[in-house]
Ligand binder design. Structure first.
Ligand code: URA
Length: 266
């Protein structure tokens, strides 16, 4: 055995050194060669300093590769050839924060071949639990309103929302959340291909018409996604403002008349 300075160690000295090491708690050989921990730490510090000092362009490729959620949604939506494929694409879309807080995706309800497609805003608590749009109090009112003009989700109406996931505490969806889910809604409308759209509430009007102010927009036929569209007051608003049901009744009659015109021959 040799000491660090290359001198031969006497057996007794070597044994005394080993015993001292044991007493210090060194009782296991980890590697054949010794490791200078001071040198390792110094090298790590040096590497970190070099990374920090590296020019900003080193980080640029990472930023360029960042995902564009809207572009990704557009590509996924475009590739969906039918409603089950669209639903699967939405289930697999991970960029919308709302997905994390929601129990389930609320895709749609009703008849996929219907001439009337209702577009609401976003699921609430009941819809989040059940996985179907408009099943809470507002939804029950919507069903009664449709029934008043002989329409129903069982036979003649298809219903979806701008957002498929419930926003936490039912807060308004954020513009970026709407923007990244809009390609899916557009594809949804194209696949169902209804004769006309009923757009309920401000958020849906903002998404599909680029306009807010539902109390002014309601009842005014316009066009969205290449087909006639009727903005209407949201049933949740009608629950709070029952007097406004008068306006909604007028809008429902207008919807019924439009459907009659569409079915009239020639
Ligand atoms: N409000 C909506 O806009 N959509 C629903 O599905 C439920 C309530």
């Amino acid at each position: 055995m040799e000491s660090e300075d290359g001198m031969a160690l006497d057996w007794h000295v070597a044994r005394a050194l080993l015993e001292w090491q044991l007493e210090m708690g060194v009782d296991e050989a980890l590697a054949e060669a010794p490791v200078d921990r001071f040198a390792v730490e110094a090298a790590a510090r040096e590497a970190a300093a070099q990374r920090e000092a590296a020019p900003a362009r080193a980080a640029a490729p990472v930023r360029q590769a960042a995902v564009d959620p809207v572009a990704e949604a557009e590509a996924l939506a475009r590739a969906a050839v039918d409603l089950p494929a669209l639903r699967a694409a939405m289930e697999g879309f991970d960029h919308c924060q709302l997905k994390r807080g929601a129990r389930r995706l609320v895709f749609a309800d009703g008849v996929a071949t219907a001439r009337v497609m209702v577009v609401g805003e976003a699921p609430g608590r009941d819809e989040d639990i059940e996985g179907r749009p408009f099943v809470g109090r507002a939804g029950q009112l919507l069903d009664r309103m449709l029934a008043a003009v002989q329409l129903s989700r069982a036979e003649s109406v298809y219903i979806t929302n701008v957002l498929p996931w419930r926003p936490p505490q039912n807060r308004d969806p954020r513009p970026e959340e709407i923007a990244m889910m809009l390609p899916f809604l557009r594809r949804h409308i194209a696949l169902v291909d209804p004769a006309l759209l009923v757009i309920v509430g401000n958020i849906s009007c903002q998404a599909l018409l680029g306009r807010r102010g539902i109390t002014r927009l309601r009842g005014q036929w316009t066009e969205a996604e290449g087909r006639p569209a009727l903005p209407m007051l949201h049933p949740a608003y009608l629950l709070r403002q029952p007097l406004a049901k008068r306006e909604s009744w007028a809008d429902l009659l207008s919807l019924k008349a439009r459907l009659r015109d569409l079915s009239a021959p020639g």
